[in-house]
Design a protein around this ligand. Structure first.
Ligand SMILES: Nc1ncnc2c1ncn2[C@@H]1O[C@H](COP(=O)(O)OP(=O)(O)O)[C@@H](O)[C@H]1O
Ligand SMILES: [Mg+2]
Length: 329
């Protein structure tokens, strides 16, 4: 395992009694990169982050952070990393500024450095006006930004972000995204976990997909989309009686077996837009009335579905989000 990697794990296993939270995870995060760990609830994301942050010991396997072994050299690891956990770590009754100073004390930083650094972070994260108000008066987005600021007080080279925007409304999510993008641009290495496909797509160059404690795929969003066979052709017909004829027509021009959802038939397609022309001819010859016909790139939802057999579906619950969330059926 090279020390040029911010993170390198080999065969990481974590058992909680009979629950196998991690089942042999190999993960590499090169220095200077941003890697997104994408998976549904219970996939093992937080367990990985807790092991890498020395908060939890692996049952088996090995993990190096900045070249330091998380079990044998926990102090060195802690000096290198910042962690923004899935749940807030700031004190409700202290002000934003007081919280940042408290974190500075925890890291044994010089008070004069902490004072300056706190002002800098408050400004960077748009919290200067609220700096002297107790955190309990902050909105969810402000708390998340303060959490992130607190984890940056000691200028860590490597930052772990566990579900940085879960539970935030769309506007606050956008705000967090731009803050994270700025951090990455300034050279911080980031490993972030998320259950939102769009978030992984937005923030991470490299995406590692995990499910049931195993890595099931990795690559850039584009590579993952290519893995499942390029473009998809999608036709929507005007009435149910036409579905069967459309399936046959699409099967004749598509590269794979069509799938049907209500009035929409879709299939993998290669050959670019010529397949559209062929589809129009075939559908016309079969007297199918078309409501809509498109050729589209697969989404990460398609990727997740094809990898796991369970869907990545739009958020139908009451959570105040517009993101698409990976969810088990
Ligand atoms: N302290 C614990 N004790 C028992 N089971 C746990 C504990 N922490 C996590 N688990 C289980 O391990 C699995 C992975 O959990 P977690 O890493 O929190 O997933 P994620 O962060 O992807 O939602 C889940 O089945 C979870 O219930
Ligand atoms: Mg978690």
């Amino acid at each position: 395992m090279s020390s040029e990697n911010a993170v390198a794990t080999e065969g990481l296993v974590k058992d909680f009694g009979s629950v196998k939270a991690l089942d042999g995870v190999d993960l590499v995060v090169p220095m200077g990169s941003v890697v997104g760990l994408l998976g549904p609830n219970g996939a093992g994301k937080t367990t990985i982050v807790r092991i890498l942050s020395t908060l939890l010991k692996p049952t088996a396997g090995r993990a190096l952070v900045a070249g330091f072994d998380v079990v044998k050299q926990p102090d060195e690891v802690r000096r290198t990393i910042g962690l923004t956990g899935q749940y807030s770590a700031v004190d409700e009754y202290l002000t934003g500024r007081e919280n940042l100073r408290m974190f500075g004390d925890l890291y044994h930083l010089k008070p004069s450095f902490v004072r300056e650094r706190a002002d800098e972070l408050l400004a960077e994260f748009d919290l200067t006006d609220a700096a002297d108000r107790p955190v309990r008066t902050y909105s969810g987005g402000m708390r998340r930004r303060l959490d992130l600021a607190a984890s940056l007080i000691a200028r860590p080279e490597i930052l772990f972000l566990d579900e940085p925007t879960t539970g935030l409304d769309p506007r606050s999510r956008q705000g967090m995204w731009s803050v994270i993008k700025a951090l990455v641009a300034s050279g911080t290495t980031v490993l972030l976990t998320t259950q939102y496909l769009e978030e992984a797509d937005q923030l991470a160059r490299e995406i590692v997909v995990i499910d049931h404690g195993r890595v099931i795929a990795q690559g850039t969003a584009d590579q993952l989309k290519d893995q499942i066979g390029g473009d998809r052709i999608e036709v929507t017909v005007t009435e149910p009686s036409m579905v069967q004829a459309a399936v046959q027509a699409i099967a004749a021009v598509g590269a794979g077996t069509p799938s049907v959802e209500d009035l929409r038939i879709s299939a993998p397609a290669s050959g670019g837009s010529t397949v559209l022309v062929e589809a129009v001819r075939a559908l016309d010859a079969a007297s199918v009335e078309i409501a809509d016909l498109t050729l589209r790139r697969p989404t990460l939802d398609d990727v997740f579905m094809s990898l796991t057999g369970h869907s990545a579906e739009s958020d139908s619950g009451p959570a105040p989000t517009s993101g698409r969330r990976v969810r088990r059926r």
